[in-house]
Every structure is written in C-alpha cells, then in structure tokens.
Design a protein around this ligand. Structure first.
Ligand code: NAD
Length: 293
C-alpha cells in the first residue's frame, strides 16, 4: 500500500530551512523580512489561519504585522491600508485574508497590492508571470503540492497529471506548475464527463474540489501519486465532526504509490510556503540572491 506523505514533517523541515535563510539575511544584509497580514471581520476559520501565520512568521525569525479590522470596514479604508503597506519599507509581504466581507470587492483589493509584495501570488501580474514562465510569486497551496511532488517523483517529465478543480487559488496555478514540470496536464471540473476515467489515467492526481471524498479509491491508477488539497468537515455518528479530504483516503491508499493525508498533508505546507514566498519577495526587493539554507 501507499507511502503516506508526511506534510507536517516536510513543512517542519522547510520552516527550519527558512529560519536559516532569515538568519543569513540578517547577518549578511541586515534585513529582517516583514510580513503584514490583514484580516477584516470575525470569520472564525480565518482568525485561526491568521493566528497560525503570525506564530509561524515569528518562529522563522521574521517580523509579523497583524492588522485586524472590523467587519464594517469600508473598501476605501482597506485600500488605503494596502497602499500604506505597499509604501512601507519594513513590509516585504502583504497578505489579505480571504474571504472578505461581501461589501468589499476582493479583486479590487488584490489588484491594489504591489505584485512584488503579493506573497499569496493572487495578483494578475503573478498569475500572468506563472503562465508565461516568468519570476512569479506562486500561490502557497499549489507551491506546497509541487514541493511534495518533486520530493517524491523528482523528474515529472511526460507524466500524466490531472488536477480536479479549476479555482484561481489552487486548481489553475497547480495545473500551470505541472505544465512547467513537463507533465501532460488535464484540468477536470464540475462539468467534466467521466471523472473516474480521467482520474484513472493519471500518474499524478491533485484533488482541489471541496467535496468530501469525491474522488473514489478505485478510480486511482496503481502506483499513482495522490495529493489531496480538500478540507471538508463532516458529521460523525457520535454527533461530533471530523476533517476529511476530497479523496477517499483508505481505499485510495490501497492503490496509490504515495498519498497525502488530511489533515497533515497539504495544510501544513501552505503556511510554510507563505514563509518561503516572504523570503523570496524580500530577496527580490533587496536585489540579493536567496541564501542557501
Ligand atoms: P473552489 O470552490 O474555489 O473550487 C472548487 C473547484 O472544484 C471548482 O473549480 C469546481 O469546478 C470544481 N468542482 C466542483 N464540484 C465538482 C465535481 N463534482 N467534480 C469535479 N470538480 C468539481 O475551491 P478551492 O478554493 O480551490 O478549494 C478546494 C478545496 O481545497 C476546499 O476544500 C478548500 O478548503 C481546500 N483548500 C485547502 C487549502 C490548504 O491549505 N490545504 C488551501 C486552499 C483550499
């Protein structure tokens, strides 16, 4: 049965490397990377994410600046804060936690972030650079998936990869990254005919749908590498709940060569990649080479 890819351990290693890079930046260049995280409103899941991001940033030796704004913050006020952060030399990365309250236009806010400081990689400049092979800042979740795939597979040239889901945040950038690795990439989505057949041909399956166990274990090709991005809370018989992915884990693990668990797979890698992007952004802004950890 499959190797279980330990995203938690992988992320812990990556965070150690990043802390070393940060130490070198301080020592050699007198630079301390600064990450600003902006949250609007009281969404409990978002608050937990922001707290974890803040903690990890400080643990890596970077400066963390948290901006907690009330739910009724106007779009103009949020845009003014983004502009202030764009112009602040102590800030190298800006992350606006999504979703934003409904009265604020998300894409207007993302477009206002200086692309060089857009550590989420959601700005159209960064998605455009990714699509055209430039020096993009790559969205954290797909970047984490890529690092785990590279570690497992090395050269992915010519492999058949399927990405299930076509969101701007996960599915589309993931497909671009796999294309850059010279995979033959299929993007499947809600209108795809014969999803089992499409998944069944793939050497690499990345599931980013947001539907509990949508991808069945017996669809998976023998030996395939399965990356499960989904985070779905489902009710259990005892009246409690638990988190499951988009893949039917136990059955898929019978056939896959390697698979990420949920939780403990892609999730921890996402925050580690946010820190990685912050170091990358800092080095590019300062015109220094990214230190080797
Ligand atoms: P999204 O809702 O924006 O996109 C979902 C995609 O799935 C859509 O493109 C849609 O076409 C496709 N889809 C919907 N139903 C389908 C079906 N029946 N068959 C095939 N495709 C279908 O979601 P997202 O932001 O890309 O997130 C996807 C999942 O990943 C969610 O569970 C989310 O919580 C999780 N996620 C996890 C992390 C992490 O750090 N681990 C980060 C981001 C998102």
């Amino acid at each position: 049965s499959a190797q279980i890819i330990d995203g938690k351990a992988f992320a812990a290693n990556l965070k150690q490397d990043i802390a070393k890079q940060v130490a070198i930046l301080k020592e050699k260049h007198n630079i301390t990377p600064g990450l600003a995280v902006v949250i609007v409103g009281e969404d409990p899941a978002s608050q937990i994410y922001v707290r974890n991001k803040n903690k990890s940033t400080v643990e890596a030796g970077m400066n963390s600046f948290e901006h907690v704004l009330p739910e009724d913050t106007s779009e103009a006020d949020l845009l003014a804060l983004v502009e202030q952060l764009n112009n602040d030399p102590a800030i190298n990365g800006i992350l606006v936690q999504l979703p934003l309250p409904k009265h604020i236009n998300e894409s207007a806010v993302i477009d206002a972030i200086n692309p060089a400081k857009d550590v989420d990689g959601f700005h159209v400049i960064n998605s455009g650079l990714l699509a055209t092979g430039g020096d993009a800042i790559v969205p954290c979740t797909p970047l984490g998936c890529l690092l785990m795939l590279r570690d497992r597979l090395g050269d992915m040239s010519g492999l058949d990869a399927v990405v299930v889901g076509r969101s701007n945040i996960v599915g589309k950038p993931m497909a671009q990254l796999l294309l850059n690795e010279n995979c033959t990439v299929t993007i499947a989505h809600s209108r795809t005919r014969d999803l089992p057949g499409v998944v069944g041909r793939a050497d690499i399956v990345v599931a980013a749908v947001g539907r509990a166990e949508l991808v069945k274990g017996d669809w998976i090709k023998q030996g395939a590498t399965v990356i499960d991005v989904g985070i779905n809370r489902i009710a259990t018989d005892d009246g409690k709940s638990r988190i499951v992915g988009d893949v039917e884990f136990a059955a898929a693990a019978e056939r896959a060569g390697a698979i990420t668990p949920v939780p403990g797979g892609v999730g921890p890698m996402t925050i580690a990649c946010l820190l990685k992007n912050t170091v990358t952004a800092t080095c590019r802004q300062a015109g220094v080479k990214e230190p080797q950890a």
